[in-house]
Design a protein around this ligand. Structure first.
Ligand SMILES: Nc1ncnc2c1ncn2[C@@H]1O[C@H](COP(=O)(O)OP(=O)(O)OP(=O)(O)O)[C@@H](O)[C@H]1O
Ligand SMILES: [Mg+2]
Length: 270
């Protein structure tokens, strides 16, 4: 809609986990290198927590994209609202396994676990590595599901893990996991993503605009400050404000977006 007005090739502030737009703030970079380390060094499991909209899903997606498709077999579970049988079946299915049984209630959990084990061992024999990401894991409240995830982590040979498991979710996930000692001990790395700083918020905006094809600045310095204040440095909110500001600015025919427009468009966010 406003792309042409601002000389953009595409919309810069879409709220979708598109790796092309990833801005590496120091903490996003640190988290990514830790996740890559866990995967490449076969460390078993890692936990990534962070406030809502700060980039966990985006980092997970980007990580899978960076992995060599010839070597890695991956499953990205985005809907952990599943029951415990369904979660396992979903993982098996994502890893390319045949459906286990026609009706899920017919299938014993052990049968699905055996199937998963078989997939993991086959992957290893074929020289493939397996990575499973469970996103939004803070919604998992059922203890049986956590017990099952712990069982998955037990899949290992004497000298190595048969899979890498990455668990992503909002901050309360860390408390949930720390409350389960057996589980917490199996997590090799725990990372946390916080809000962007004021300067990072500005760099984030500049980065996304440049990916979308615009290298000259659009926002005034005061506008940047206000975007930070209104968004709290949370990327999803920054996107929301900037998208509306670009729309409003094009409607008003301005060449620079100042603090007035930011004030207007962010009033409904508060
Ligand atoms: N470092 C970043 N660079 C570019 N865009 C980002 C970055 N971090 C977050 N975003 C953008 O912000 C939006 C929200 O990010 P994402 O969905 O990854 O957050 P989340 O941490 O998974 O949130 P939730 O807890 O609600 O699931 C996405 O549109 C994403 O593109
Ligand atoms: Mg997410």
């Amino acid at each position: 809609m406003y792309e042409e007005y601002w000389g953009l090739k595409e919309k810069p502030f879409e709220n979708t986990p598109n790796p092309r737009f990833l801005y590496y703030s120091p903490q996003h970079e640190e988290v990514m290198s830790r996740l890559l380390y866990i995967v490449k060094e076969n460390k078993g499991a890692a936990l990534l927590t962070g406030v809502f909209g700060c980039g966990k899903t985006l980092l997970g997606r980007t990580l899978l994209k960076e992995l060599d498709q010839d070597v890695y077999r991956t499953a990205f579970i985005t809907n952990p609202y599943l029951s415990y049988e369904e979660l396992l079946m979903h993982i098996v299915h994502n890893l390319g396994g045949e459906p286990v049984g026609a009706n899920k209630t017919d299938v014993l959990i052990n049968v699905i676990l055996e199937k998963l084990n078989e997939i993991l061992v086959n992957n290893m024999r074929d020289g493939k590595r397996t990575v499973i990401i469970i996103d939004e894991a803070h919604v998992i409240k059922d203890k049986r599901v956590w017990e099952e995830i712990r069982l998955i982590l037990n899949f290992q040979l004497e000298d190595r893990f048969l899979l890498t498991l990455l668990i992503l979710g909002q901050p309360e996930l860390k408390t949930m996991i720390d409350g389960n000692k057996e589980f917490a001990q199996r997590i090799a790395v725990k990372s946390h993503l916080a809000n962007l700083t004021q300067e990072e918020t500005k760099q984030y905006i500049i980065h996304r605009l440049s990916v979308a094809g615009r290298n000259e600045s659009i926002f005034s310095d005061e506008a940047y400050q206000l975007i930070f204040a209104k968004s709290g440095g949370i990327p999803r909110r920054i996107n929301h404000i900037c998208d509306l500001a670009l729309l409003s600015g094009s409607g008003e025919g301005v060449t620079v977006i100042g603090k007035e427009i930011i004030n207007d468009v962010s009033s409904d966010l508060e």
